[in-house]
Write a protein that binds this ligand. Structure first.
Ligand code: SOE
Length: 379
């Protein structure tokens, strides 16, 4: 399937996301009609660990010097899978060196950095740039987008999104970079709130016009290097968002929601129909059609594994289910297609910036603490 001289990829970072990206780079050409790619160089912080990861994940070489790799003539694509604090510097260097660029979400840790990236990318339209909001590429959510675009729901009135994890619910869970503001930018707000915010914008095709939100840190310090270290980000976040079409969206995100390992739920209610999605059953989309006859009304569960549905036909025969990792392969298929067609990829850096502005507004709203008391105190 793949055609032409392979595009050589360099990827920076080889932890959880690096592993997810590696499998997608390895498989995309076998299942999608896209330009060929080669897993060129894997870049990490420590030489030995990077070499071992390169071996295991299928990269031809490894390195600890991202700057020299990004500048190399034989590299066409740079994939940034590092903590948010380094996204801007690495992606700017890669764009300036003429590369196509993938950046893990969130695009950057600040609105200013996201703006710089977006401006630069807009000035280089022949270089594809994508921010990896991978849940757009769950087949059931791509089908949801099609249902909304086809007008089957009518105008959107309400959206409820919840992305809940529990890996930080134990107060003795150790400190990680994800809990340091200077590295991660924010806590669950940027990590999972960014996904839900992107899905709300993407699925509705609307922009977010107003934001009210809050943040909570339940465990203020955690074990670190024999002592304890202050946690500088949020464990839970929530927001109410006004939509440009007149609807309203609401999200809750958490990393301390005991029992929820990685639960992403979305409900979209329109004038004429509704959709429900649960990541734990990611091959299914629930659809309620308000036009059904009264006696047959109800949510129907659609198994999204048909060739007529998004992405499924590129994999297995009807009824053979897909998993979380496929979303990365689908994202890279979109990215490589954008490169072939010489157009901007989607989600673009501008999408990443729009999300960053909403996250920033949630933080400002939380800092102002707009909470009011009930007119009479609870007895
Ligand atoms: C960790 O909370 C994490 O890996 C996120 O960073 C990802 O974006 C999400 O898909 C799964 O959980």
């Amino acid at each position: 399937m793949p055609q032409g001289k392979p595009l050589r990829v360099a990827m920076i970072g080889h932890a959880f996301m690096g592993r997810a990206h590696s499998q997608a780079w390895r498989n995309v050409g076998a299942f999608f009609d896209v330009p060929a790619v080669e897993l060129g160089v894997l870049v990490g912080r420590e030489a030995e660990r990077s070499a071992a990861a390169a071996d295991q994940l299928g990269w031809a070489e490894s390195s600890t010097d991202w700057r020299s790799i990004v500048a190399r003539e034989d590299i066409d694509i740079v994939d940034v899978c590092t903590p948010g604090a380094s996204h801007a510097e690495m992606a700017i260097a890669a764009l300036e060196a003429g590369k196509h660029v993938v950046v893990e979400k969130p695009l950057a840790n600040s609105v200013e950095d996201a703006e710089r990236l977006t401006e630069l990318s807009a000035s280089l339209p022949e270089q594809a740039a994508i921010v990896n909001f991978n849940y757009r590429r769950v087949p059931a959510l791509a089908l949801a987008k099609r249902v909304v675009d086809d007008g089957r729901l009518g105008a959107i009135r309400q959206i409820r999104g919840a992305y809940l994890q529990d890996w930080l619910s134990d107060p003795e869970a150790p400190m990680t970079w994800r809990l340091r503001k200077e590295e991660a930018g924010s806590g669950v707000l940027g990590d999972l709130g960014s996904h839900v915010t992107d899905l709300i914008r993407h699925l509705t095709g609307e922009s977010i016009t107003t934001v009210a939100g809050g943040l909570q840190t339940f465990v203020p310090e955690r074990p670190s290097g024999g002592g304890r270290e202050k946690v500088t980000v949020d464990d839970a976040a929530w927001a109410t968002l006004g939509l440009s079409g007149g609807g309203v969206a609401r999200f809750d995100v958490s990393r301390v929601a005991l029992g929820r390992r990685n639960g992403l739920n979305l409900e979209i209610y329109g004038e004429r129909g509704a959709l429900r999605f649960d990541l734990e059953r990611l091959n299914e989309l629930e659809f309620y059609d308000g036009n059904d006859p009264d006696d047959l009304q109800g949510f129907r569960s659609i198994l999204v594994t048909e060739a007529s549905q998004p992405y499924a036909g590129n994999w297995w025969p009807s009824g053979h289910i897909l998993g979380w990792e496929h979303t990365f392969t689908h994202q890279f298929a979109e990215f490589l297609t954008a490169i072939r067609e010489g157009r901007q990829a989607n989600p673009s850096f501008a999408d990443g910036l729009a999300v960053q502005r909403v996250l920033d507004a949630v933080e400002r709203s939380a800092a102002e603490d707009g909470r009011t008391l009930p007119s009479r105190p609870d007895p």
